[in-house]
Ligand binder design. Structure first.
Ligand code: HAM
Length: 418
């Protein structure tokens, strides 16, 4: 137990972390281009925030939250997602008093007591954006376009944007009734989970993966036919905006999403190569959430992308990621007595902005050169001998094996110009 990470968690070691850093940089640049500023909310919140926002009858709140009582007797939950925290921060810092919408993004770990499998973890990372304070359907189109641009920049192919509208509480009520009547007539074909929650949340049956439920919902009444004129107009304009930028999508009337706060637009970006966990990204509009959290009526829209899954997709698509983990220069000491000079030179190089490393074993020159080779360094600088007495060092080109003596005080400029 002491030597294994808890189930559903994992370590990201330097080679993989370099890939994450690259992806994170591209994400930050996309957010800059689209005008989203970073928010870093805490990793835990009052449990009630998630109960109120994500919803009591959702898988997340019913069975996936890491909740505990802290030493002060408060119920605390490790964040399972960050939309709720962003909305809480929007209210706490009076961001509704400034220009709207407020456009924020976040990146970081989320926690869900999910059943671990490929692409599904108990600690996983999300990148998400939230645009709070605008009703305009072009904001829905903006967040979808941001995802698509990001995926294009990363080189991801064959992704599908699935789109639906689940209406507003007004028109959804009518749809809910129609769906409930339909499902009640076919109760015997529903799975146990769906049967237990059709009264509380019949829409969730639509995204149940059980075969019986899927067959049943294929013929169920569809939300798009029940949209009120405002929701229908919103959905139409969103699609026009997406057409205007050449964004491809597929309508999926069964897409309802597993969180309660959504209104109108919902979408997911999927990739079939991920196996059972096809969703790389999910999001939508949440026009009632700010009010639900105690604020004034305020619309909002956003998404979150699973970074672990995104990296799996990049790997599986064979997309190579530029990473720079190797030192440029390896510094070797001719003898143990040259070790402190080698260390001093190493520090000079690093302070001059050159990535450098050395062997720490006080090994023979031969062993140090072997280590230099393994490190992938382009050059090895050898410190010691007659050269040292002359104020010089030897540079060895690790590819050709060619060695040149250079004055030590010119080393930095020589390395920088070659
Ligand atoms: P979500 O669909 O629950 O939405 O999660 C978004 C993404 O996080 C998923 O598409 C998936 O890629 C990733 N994800 C979720 N659970 C796991 C897991 N156990 N392991 C690995 N990856 C996972 C939300 O979280 C909403 N807050 C999105 C949103 C933002 N809606 C509006 N604004």
């Amino acid at each position: 137990m002491l030597t294994t990470a808890p189930r559903g968690t994992r370590d990201i070691l330097p080679e993989e972390a370099a890939k994450w850093q690259y992806v994170e940089e591209v994400i930050r640049d996309c957010c800059r281009l689209y005008g989203y500023g970073e928010i870093r909310p805490p990793l835990f919140e009052h449990t009630e925030l998630f109960q109120r926002s994500v919803g009591e009858a959702t898988d997340i709140v019913e069975k996936e939250m890491y909740t505990f009582i802290d030493r002060g007797g408060r119920s605390i939950t490790l964040r399972p997602e960050a939309t709720a925290s962003t909305v809480r921060a929007y209210l706490e810092h009076n961001l509704h008093a400034g220009p709207q919408p407020v456009k924020l993004y976040y990146m970081g770990p989320m926690f869900r007591y999910d059943r671990p499998q490929a692409g599904r973890y108990r600690q996983f990372s999300q990148f998400g954006v939230e645009a709070i304070g605008a009703q305009d359907p072009s904001v829905d189109a903006e967040v979808i376009t941001l995802v698509l641009d990001l995926c294009t920049r990363l080189g991801l192919k064959d992704l599908v944007v699935e789109l639906n509208s689940i209406g507003c509480p007004k028109c959804r009520q009518e749809y809910r009734q129609a769906l409930l009547e339909y499902l009640s007539e076919h109760k015997n074909k529903l799975c146990k989970t769906c049967l237990s929650r059709i009264e509380r949340n019949p829409l969730r049956v639509l995204d149940c993966k059980e075969e019986g439920c899927r067959a049943l919902t294929a013929a169920a009444p569809q939300m798009l036919e029940y949209l009120c004129s405002e929701c229908a107009e919103h959905f139409k304009t969103l699609q026009q905006c997406l057409h205007a930028v050449g964004a491809k999508y597929e309508l999926n009337p069964a897409l309802v999403r597993g969180l309660d706060y959504y209104t109108k637009t919902v979408f997911e970006v999927t990739w079939s190569g991920l196996g059972a966990q096809t969703a790389i990204c999910g999001g939508g509009r949440y026009d009632g959430l700010v009010q639900e959290c105690g604020g004034p009526p305020t619309p909002g829209v956003g998404f979150a992308m699973g970074l672990d899954r995104l990296l799996i997709a990049l790997e599986q698509m064979g997309i190579s990621i530029p990473t720079v983990n190797k030192p440029t220069v390896y510094v070797a000491a001719l003898t143990n007595a040259d070790n402190k000079d080698a260390f001093a030179l190493l520090t000079i190089l690093r302070r001059a902005g050159i990535a450098a490393d050395k062997d720490y074993r006080q090994a023979s020159l031969r062993a140090q050169l072997k280590a230099a080779n393994r490190s992938g360094a382009k050059w090895t600088v050898i410190v010691g001998g007659e050269e040292k007495k002359r104020g010089a060092v030897v540079i060895r080109d690790m590819e050709t094996g060619e060695q040149t003596e250079v004055p030590q005080d010119q080393l930095v400029s020589i390395l920088k110009s070659s």
